[in-house]
Design a protein. Structure first.
Length: 105
């Protein structure tokens, strides 16, 4: 499995609502993520809005493409887009991925 880490920036005035939305992610969204190869997926949110995402997948591009083909992802991304700063389009299209420089197994 490949480990993937990405960054996004949540608007500071929307942090509480962003957290609340992720306490109740739609069941069909959770199923779509699992079905398209997103494993061990976590989001971490700093108080200034920095969002760090982590997941494991066999093929990140294929996982993104698989989600892009689902109706639930289109709905979720449209609803979540207003939460982010400096974003043109959907959040899953604006992720900045980070290069892994160390891993302790």
């Amino acid at each position: 499995m490949k480990r993937v880490c990405f960054l996004l920036k949540v608007r500071p005035d929307r942090l509480d609502e962003y957290r609340e939305r992720h306490r109740a992610v739609w069941p069909d969204m959770l199923s779509a993520l699992r079905d398209t190869g997103w494993h061990n997926y976590s989001l971490f949110l700093r108080d200034d809005g920095l969002l760090v995402g982590y997941l494991e997948t066999d093929d990140f591009d294929a996982a993104l493409e698989g989600m892009a083909r689902t109706d639930v992802n289109a709905r979720w991304q449209t609803e979540m887009a207003p939460f982010f700063e400096d974003l043109d389009g959907h959040p899953d299209e604006g992720m900045t991925t980070l290069a892994e420089v160390f891993h302790l197994d």
